[in-house]
Design a protein around this ligand. Structure first.
Ligand SMILES: Nc1ccn([C@@H]2O[C@H](COP(=O)(O)OP(=O)(O)OP(=O)(O)O)[C@@H](O)[C@H]2O)c(=O)n1
Length: 427
């Protein structure tokens, strides 16, 4: 039997990036032989073995043939005579279809190294279309490798469209979709994942709530890019420069979902979009079984992000009430991601990219000031029960009032207008 390192490990090694798990393929062996060598068997559809010492995965070389519908409808053959080339041929992209033997020699029957050098994501064979998950995988690789200049070959885009049009995406389970989405949210350019899905028509099938934002205009003055879908993708790009946290990035993706539900006669204004966004967010999270912590952060961003644009309008009381509603005292860790989303909502607009947004820092300073108010102070003064909370609230409001006196007048004025900060902004 011969064993080879395969797939993502070779790709990432050649690209000199950290990453993929070390997966191996074994040619000319049988399950019994693997067990006799001390490997442990895992996997249901086809046998995968875990190395007794390294814990790395070893799969018998196999071929796959599609039978019927869906992601699971495959018949696998892992006979002893399946060759390395046959195993590599069933794989998704040429850059994922290379192997390396024990001496470091690369086996590359489908031009993976060439495509890697030319920064192309290209399918290996027409059987690419047999697995609808590949639509998401390729979009995810495009996001992961975007910073290196990778793009998807036209022929592969065509096949991705073909899969989408065939209706096969509906066979993907929410769990599989979410795994790929979460991986995409962890790349340096998650917006590329969604841009590709939109390009091939898959966004309206997998994320219809996001797709519905395209074609919905915003007011030109505050949204020179006009289109709410484009704005959403711009904010996703911007937040990804700000933080690598996938939850914050997901919240950003969802922040304006409500704009798709504004009655057309109110366009281009969306005065109620924060409240309108709650339902589509719930719907999206339920359908894709999005983890609770993602949904909870997205909820506060969807529901409260507009408040930041006119933060001082309801004075110190309004700011402390906002912090109450954000559950800031029990969950202080949510405030920074919330503020980051508000900031990138502002900067993710055409021509706004380099504008200052001092409000983010002011709000965080106000929050830490409020955190200095402790219950103990009022308990030692003899306060009990509800009175403690009332006193703490009053003290916070007093501190914020003082803080606001030190703010530059332009900062306050801007927030009394429709959107901040407009001081140096010309129509
Ligand atoms: N639907 C799939 C899933 C996997 N593969 C193949 O199986 C290998 C391992 O898959 P996986 O571990 O999911 O991805 P990696 O390529 O290792 O990349 P990453 O770890 O970044 O997901 C891939 O390289 C690819 O050759 C495939 O062809 N089609």
């Amino acid at each position: 039997m011969q064993e080879y390192l395969v797939g993502g490990a070779i790709r990432d090694q050649l690209l000199k990036i950290d990453g993929a798990d070390r997966d191996h393929v074994v040619v000319g062996s049988t399950p019994q032989e693997m067990l006799d060598l001390g490997f442990t068997q895992v996997g249901n559809d086809f046998p995968v073995f875990i190395h007794p010492k390294t814990g790395e995965e070893y799969a018998l070389a196999r071929t796959e043939k599609k039978q019927g519908h869906g992601y699971t409808g495959f018949v696998c053959s892992f006979d002893k005579d399946v060759t390395l080339e046959e195993d590599l041929q069933r794989r998704d992209l040429t850059i994922n279809a290379m192997a390396m033997d024990k001496n470091g020699k690369i086996i590359d029957p489908y031009g993976g190294q060439n495509d890697l050098n030319n920064r192309i994501l290209r399918h290996v064979s027409p059987s690419f279309i047999e697995d609808p998950l590949r639509v998401l995988r390729v979009a995810r690789f495009a996001a992961k490798l975007h910073y290196l200049g990778f793009y998807i070959a036209d022929e592969t885009i065509s096949l991705m469209k073909e899969i989408t049009e065939s209706g096969e995406l509906s066979s993907l389970t929410p769990e599989r979709i979410w795994i790929e989405t979460q991986k995409a949210l962890n790349t340096s350019d998650p917006q590329i994942f969604f841009i590709i899905l939109r390009k091939i028509g898959a966004l309206k099938i997998i994320f219809p709530e996001v797709d519905a934002l395209f074609g919905v205009p915003g007011p030109k003055r505050w949204h020179p890019e006009i289109d709410s879908g484009i704005h959403t993708f711009m904010t996703l790009r911007r937040i990804s420069l700000e933080t690598s946290d996938p939850k914050t990035r997901f919240a950003m993706l969802c922040h304006d979902l409500g704009k798709a539900l504004t009655p057309k006669n109110e366009w281009p204004h969306h005065h109620n979009h924060c409240a309108l966004g709650v339902e589509p967010l719930k719907q999206l999270c339920k359908r894709l079984k999005v983890p609770k912590d993602y949904e909870e952060l997205a909820y506060i961003v969807v529901f409260h992000h507009s408040y930041m644009h006119h933060l001082y309008r309801n004075g110190a009381e309004g700011i402390v009430n906002l912090l109450d509603e954000l559950d800031a005292w029990r969950r202080p860790q949510r405030i920074k991601p919330f503020v980051q989303c508000c900031k990138c909502d502002f900067l993710g607009r055409k021509g706004f990219e380099n504008r200052p947004f001092p409000r983010a820092d002011y709000f965080l300073a106000i929050f830490s000031l409020c955190l200095s108010v402790k219950a103990g102070e009022f308990i030692s003064q003899g306060c009990t029960g509800k009175d403690i909370g009332i006193k703490m609230h009053e003290k916070r409001v007093a501190l914020v009032k003082e803080f606001m006196k030190m703010l530059p007048q332009g900062e306050i004025d801007d927030s009394l207008n429709e959107m901040p900060p407009i001081s140096e902004f010309k129509d």
